[in-house]
Structures are given as C-alpha cells and as structure tokens.
Design a protein around this ligand. Sequence first.
Ligand code: PGA
Length: 250
Amino acid sequence: MRKPIIAGNWKMNKTAAECRALVTELLPKVKGAKCDVVVCVPFTDIALAAELTKGSNIAVGAQNIAWADSGAFTGEISAAMLVEAGASYVIIGHSERRQYFGETDKSVNARLLQALKTGLKPIVCVGELLAEREGGLTEKVCRTQVVGAFEGVSAEQAAGVVIAYEPVWAIGTGKTATDEQANETIGYIRSVVKELYGEKVANGMRIQYGGSMNAKNVAGLMAQPEIDGGLIGGASLKAEDFSIIVAAAK
Ligand code: PGA
C-alpha cells in the first residue's frame, strides 16, 4: 500500500504575511489527513512555514534546489540552506523551470543527486507538452525525463523519491487530463521505474498527478489505482480548496 501524498506548489505566490495567514487557516483543516501533506513555498516563506507547522502533520518543501554545495552561484539556494530553514521536501524539474529557466534533464539529475545527498525528499516533475501528446510522444518524453533524472541514483535512493506526472498542457489551464489518461501515463512511468529499479521499488514509489487538480476533480483522479496523490498549484492557494483535496486522498 502506498500512502498518498498531496503537495501544494505555491509557485511565486504568498508573501510572508500571506503565508502566515494561509498556513494558520490550513492547519486545523488538514489535521485529520490520511495522506502526507506538504506545502512547497517560496524560499522566503520556508523558515516561517516551518515554524508555523512545527509538530503538525504539514511538511514544508522548496520549489528548487542548487546542484552545488555552495559557492559562486548567484541567486541559487543550497540544500543545506533549505534543510536549515526547515524544508524537508523539494520540487525538482517543474515544467515552468524547464520552460522559463533553462532546466534540462541533466540539471534535473544534478539537483536530484544533491537533494538525495542531504536527505531532502525530492518530488521530481515530468510531463509532455501539448504538441508532444498530440504527436503520440507522451511515453517517449516521460521515459526520457525519468531516465535522465535518475541517472546515478541507486535503487535505495530511488525508493524515497516521489514523481509528479504533470502534462504541461494541463498546468494552470483548467484542462485536466482525464482520469484514465493520467492513470495510463502514470502506469507507464511506473513501468519505466520498474525497468530501472525492479518491481519492488516501482510498486512502492509514489507517483502524483499534477495539472489543474482541484476540489471538484480530485475524487475521480484519486480513485485511479496508479495515482498516489497530487501536486497542486492554483488550488493550493486557498485553504478551503486544498483541504478538500487533502481529505479526498486516503
Ligand atoms: P495547477 O499547477 O494545479 O495550477 O495546474 C500544478 C503545478 O504546476 O504543479
């Protein structure tokens, strides 16, 4: 049995004051959750979110991590900084980073290795563009991204990684993949993990769906056998919506 994991991806939203308000509202609402609950917040909110959620069932994550320990990497934030600030999860390779900030499978791999080295729990994002889905390339793209991301990662390390399947055309568009589409591609991703690491790791790995997941469509998605949770963007910015999603994951 895989324990579902619901992670909010706040993206570049919520100042510290807004973070305080949202987390404070969220805490009592998700208290009885049957799944793992994570909020991936902007760097400037990590320490505050960690302090506010101390001793609760909400874990705090970052949205990116540097691939080096320290040094001349202007604008980057190291794994050690994230850990000390109170993060326990980190999103790696989100499609917005790939699209707007030049993230590649190679840099995703380097960041993943860095996260694993420091004990941060990675959420690795993969997913196809609309043209790739329409061109029948979904599986090929997901395979390339998964194989690229996990290069040099041992089976033992891989077992602790969460993958988020996020079809790029479904992110922030209101267009969700159908329950069956999401289930099918996640099943395929699991088969790639099986090729790389064997059945035990593949069966134990948690693979989320992400892309316009919300309070209305969560039940259908979560009813699919391959889907182990969600990476939630827009709907994670409202405590009410996010807590409905959390409650649906059991
Ligand atoms: P969305 O974003 O839920 O707003 O589509 C999901 C994501 O980008 O992680």
